[in-house]
Design a protein around this ligand. Structure first.
Ligand code: GLN
Length: 467
């Protein structure tokens, strides 16, 4: 059994460990951590819940699978009564008035949130350096970045500070840090998990998803959080991923596609390229059908994504002006108050995106930029529809390059945007896509057609055995 959740569940149920001891052990690890992975450690909150689980155990009651399991929450989710800062000065002292649906479902299942996790401010970044809580350090090498934006969540899972964590993925923010820290991370089909209570970055691609050390735990957490929510009209009716999806072999002749231009690109690191090719050769030798596919240039994917993501974030963050949420600076009149509040409390990267987004949407430019990006997005989605008539899954690297050193991304935002080349396209398509820490230095990305999460698990399990 690989599942850490199931292993802990058994130990709790058989009273080999108390829930308070389990939670305390994780809290101690978080408190002494040097990774900058935590914004707020929920000591009192978590211990109170742990005591309740211990009481149930003392009364010889059966507990649910997730009951008493400690988990982390990226600091962009609302959890009633706790601070939710989005790693910004703006919301540093903002307390959540209600709880996000996805987190509430985990609470209802008895899981215990122990930490609000450091991330790029409002999800803006690919390294978790764009944060007022200090750059998150990579779990394997502290001189390197954790990846982003859900860097704190990936590091906490990798270091075993949390059993699993809930990240958020708009253009790669679960998959990329999962790859950088050698853990699993899933971005489900857009709409599979409710976004209610997740601070909006780019609403049309924002997804909630789990990060964990193994596929079993990803499956358990995914199934718990999924489903229709009347508070988020984009949610879908969804089937749970079955246990068989994880145990059945990948059928002989499964059609595995890859994008030729991703692999032939000069921007791809030679090691990642060689490892990718070796993986494809092994899959072919195992009787899989390999299908090379054509696709849009990565630079088109990146520009389309950033035009839309910036436009959406400029609109979404317009609500932060000091009136209703977070800090308020005063000026000589209301307008100046807004300006000072926004100028002083957003990070430079967030301001770059707000300015860029408003430009994209402004009169005289929107036809040329925003509308064009929307058209391209439709073409990209259409391309995926056609591709998934030909193949069952698409494999790709998670990132074109190995994990960067801390400090590099800050020097050149363009380099950072280009590091998202292989993740953003699948976000624009709303497709389910999983990072497995296999085959390449920053992991392999497995993508399927909408709502086909099950095959991601079957394929990842198979890859684990053969590569
Ligand atoms: N790195 C991408 C960006 O900065 C994706 C971030 C995310 O998924 N939140 O937009």
């Amino acid at each position: 059994m690989n599942s850490s959740i199931k292993a802990l569940h058994q130990r709790l149920q058989q009273k080999e460990i108390s829930c308070v001891a389990l939670v305390q052990e994780k809290l101690d690890l978080l408190n002494s951590s040097t990774y900058n992975s935590s914004n707020y450690i929920l000591e009192e909150y978590a211990l109170k819940l742990a005591k309740k689980v211990d009481q149930k155990l003392a009364d010889n009651e059966t507990i649910g699978l997730l009951e008493g399991i400690p988990f982390g929450v990226k600091d962009v989710y609302l959890l009633q009564g706790t601070y939710s800062s989005a790693s910004s000065d703006f919301l540093r002292n903002y307390k959540s008035p209600y709880t996000a649906t996805a987190i509430q479902k985990l609470l209802d299942a008895g899981a215990i949130p122990i930490v609000k996790e450091n991330c790029d401010s409002f999800g803006h970044g690919s390294s978790s350096e764009n944060t007022v809580f200090g750059a998150v350090k990579n779990a394997i090498d502290q001189n390197k970045v954790a990846g982003g934006s859900s860097g704190g969540s990936a590091v906490n899972v990798a270091k075993n500070f949390t059993t699993f964590s809930i990240g958020g993925d708009t253009g790669g923010s679960i998959r990329q840090p999962a790859g950088y820290n050698n853990v699993y991370g899933l971005k489900p089909t857009y709409g599979k998990i409710s976004r209610y209570g997740l601070m909006a970055y780019a609403s049309s691609t924002d997804c909630v998803g789990p990060i964990a050390q193994n596929l079993e735990d990803i499956q358990i957490v995914l199934n718990t959080m999924s489903g229709l929510d009347y508070r988020d009209q984009t949610t879908l009716v969804s089937e749970p991923v079955s246990d068989e999806s994880l145990s059945r072999p990948l059928a002989q002749g499964t059609k595995i596609g890859y994008y030729k231009n991703f692999i032939e690109s000069d921007a791809l690191s030679p090691t990642i390229k060689a490892d990718f090719k070796a993986m494809i050769a092994k899959l072919e030798a195992e009787g899989m059908e390999i299908v090379p596919l054509d696709f849009f240039d990565a630079s088109i994917l990146v520009s389309t994504y950033y035009a839309l993501a910036m436009a959406e974030t400029a609109s979404n963050l317009a609500r932060l002006d000091g009136t209703n949420y977070g800090v308020r600076e005063t000026g000589k009149d209301l307008k100046e108050g807004y300006s000072i509040t926004r100028s002083e409390n957003f990070t430079a990267e967030t301001k770059r995106r707000i300015v860029g987004g408003n430009q994209v949407l402004s009169q005289g430019h929107s036809e040329e930029i925003y509308n064009k990006a929307q058209q391209l997005r439709q073409q990209i989605s259409h391309h995926f529809d056609e591709d998934f008539k030909k193949v069952d899954v698409v494999l790709s690297p998670v990132t074109p390059n190995p994990v960067p050193e801390i400090g590099n991304n800050l020097k050149n935002p363009m380099t950072m945007y280009l590091s998202d080349a292989y993740t953003v396209g699948f976000s624009l398509g709303g497709l389910p896509t999983l990072t497995a820490p296999l085959a390449m230095e920053t992991g392999v990305q497995i993508t399927a057609a909408k709502k086909q999460e099950a095959i991601l698990f079957t394929c990842a399990n198979f890859l684990k055995q053969v590569v």
